[in-house]
Design a protein around this ligand. Structure first.
Ligand code: NOJ
Length: 564
């Protein structure tokens, strides 16, 4: 028996996580040289809102475990769980007080190990959310840091004297409102926090911080995690001279003067830290996804690193900034990302932004439009990340009264900024009172649309958003052109229909997406590509092809295989 195999058997017998072996042996480069994460479909889970197993109105790890079969059946290969570590929950987990444990609200480490084991049985990878920029103010590192100017962890955070009595060290503002500096009377200095005051920024210039953070990733890789989504990487470093940021015209939702975040964001040192995290990730064949808010593709390219030595999957949020159904705008954005230095990543929703269902929906054809958007980002060259509930057409439901708001930025910025509760409501499993999410009152209310948009109802309806997601995901797991093919835009001047080919050797798939509310007939010059007609693989409603002419329903989707 090989040593590795006997270790796996022994660890399974002892009930310990032996998953490091899983990640290390899983170096699957296919014939095209692809890594597992290039063919995988990712799915973001906001654990508070996915499934509650212990009846406290908040989702948990055992809840997620109970839905693995659902995820597998949907066509999910990897789940990214937003922070589930111990936390005072000021920013719902993005304020971590211990990186190497699970918050009791979500379960225990044993529950995590069980989830990892069950996920592995189904070939589902687990990605955790690593909050690299800051900890909670309750983390033991910060408690020690603030205790005295000479404490062991003092330099793990960013402490400075004020400019004068009551005057912070410079003009930087927190993205969550107010000064980014908080005065601490224990040592008469200010500490820096880009987010809430309860989220002090770590000092990544201190090598001890880097090492400690790298070790955190090792700790989880050894427990079976296949990678991390790195939170807020843009904000890891600040100008050590604390130069004031230039001021822009206008004020934000919190009443602060707007500024150009020139000296506290996207500093070049970020890349050195990312290279370090990547080096560790490579030891475990893990993947790093980045929360990378970039202005253009040149900036995005920086996050792939030279020779791809930083993030494998920096998220392209530029795609989410196209907020209308404009073929021209999408064409431009897709061409840009398709020319990027690394493998593209697509998201259309997440826990911080209004759901795609509402951003693109016109209030009347939202289900068709939800399918249209799925037909788009699930057929592009790259890795898609689905946001939980998107597959059933979940709606954003922002609070209507300030007193109901849970997200502190909504309480602070009301009414201009209503916070992010609306996109974090409980997953809608069925049509019962709490949508099958919990037997107790959920931490956020369930939108009334849950009566119609829920897994149980949509599973029975072949025409549902859910049924369409399943069809497209099934196709993208089996069709070589969709998995590995190149992207080629078609009919570049069409104002209504976005269309393209995905080409893999002699296998070619045509995708045509009607972004208008009227029926469209489109003719494609297929002979130029050596083909005569298209045969439907997946289509919505009556959308179909006749030779080289595709007829599309309003907001219709046609995905077809070309034949000679
Ligand atoms: C980005 C996360 O997505 C967001 O939810 C969080 O509030 C901030 N980073 C701070 O960690």
């Amino acid at each position: 028996m090989s040593r590795k195999f006997s270790w796996i058997l022994l660890s399974a017998f002892l009930g310990f996580p032996m998953f490091a072996a899983y990640t290390q042996t899983a170096k699957p480069v296919d014939a095209e040289g692809r890594q597992w994460w290039q063919h995988a479909v990712f799915y973001e889970i906001y654990p508070r809102s996915f499934k509650d197993s212990n009846k406290d109105g908040v989702g948990d790890l055992n809840g997620i475990a109970s839905k693995l079969d659902y995820l597998k059946d949907l066509g999910v290969d990897a789940i990214w769980i937003t922070p589930c570590f111990p936390s005072p929950q000021v920013d719902f987990g993005y304020d971590v007080s211990d990186y190497e444990n699970v918050d009791p609200m979500y379960g225990t480490l044993a529950d995590f190990d069980n989830l990892a084991r069950e996920a592995r049985k189904r070939n589902i990878h687990i990605i955790l959310d690593f909050v690299v920029n800051h900890t909670s103010d309750q983390h033991k590192w910060f408690l020690d840091s603030k205790s005295s100017r000479t404490s062991e962890h003092r330099d793990w955070y960013i402490w400075r004297d004020g400019k004068g009595p009551g005057q912070p060290p410079n003009n930087w503002t927190s993205t969550f409102g107010g000064s980014a500096w908080k005065f601490d009377p224990t040592t008469n200095q200010y500490y820096y926090h880009y987010f809430y005051p309860e989220q002090p920024d770590l000092n990544w210039r201190n090598p001890a911080v880097k090492d400690a953070m790298f070790d955190v990733t090792r700790w989880w890789y050894k427990r079976g995690v296949s990678g991390f989504r790195l939170d807020a990487v843009d904000t890891l470093f600040e100008d050590p001279n604390l130069t004031d940021n230039p001021i822009r015209l206008g004020v934000n939702a919190y009443g602060d003067a707007k500024q150009v975040e020139k000296y506290n964001k996207k500093l070049p040192e970020v890349h050195e830290a990312l290279r370090g995290l990547r080096k560790v990730a490579d030891e475990y064949n893990a993947v790093l996804i980045g929360e990378t808010w970039t202005e253009n593709i040149d900036e995005l390219n920086l996050y792939y690193g030279h020779g791809n030595n930083e993030l494998q999957l920096p998220m392209d949020f530029l795609f989410t900034t196209v907020n209308d159904l404009s073929p021209a705008k999408f064409r431009k954005e897709i061409a840009a990302i398709d020319s990027a230095a690394g493998w593209p990543t697509f998201v259309i929703s997440n826990h911080d932004i209004v759901r795609s269902y509402d951003r693109y929906g016109d209030g009347e054809h939202n289900d068709q439009i939800a399918k249209l958007m799925a037909g788009l980002y699930l057929t592009l060259r790259g890795t898609p990340i689905i946001y939980y509930g998107e597959e059933i057409g979940m709606k954003t439901m922002p609070p209507t009264r300030k007193e109901d708001v849970k997200d502190p930025i909504g309480r602070k910025g009301w009414p201009r900024e209503k916070g992010r509760d609306g996109q974090r409501t409980p997953m809608q499993w069925d049509g019962s009172e709490n949508a099958g999410f919990s037997e107790a009152t959920p931490w956020l209310p369930v939108p009334p649309t849950a009566k119609i948009h829920n897994v149980a109802a949509e599973a029975k309806d072949p025409d549902s958003v859910f049924a369409f997601y399943k069809q497209v995901l099934k196709l993208r797991h089996t069709n070589k052109a969709l998995m590995d093919g190149t992207y080629a835009a078609l009919n570049g001047n069409d104002q209504n229909v976005l269309s393209y080919l995905r080409v893999f050797k002699d296998q070619v798939v045509l995708v045509a997406l009607n972004m208008s509310g009227a029926q469209q007939k489109v003719s494609f010059d297929l002979s130029k590509h050596g083909f005569l007609s298209a045969k439907s693989l997946v289509a919505t409603g009556n959308s179909s092809a006749n030779g080289k002419v595709v007829t599309l329903d309003p907001y219709g989707v046609f995905i077809g295989q070309l034949s000679k």
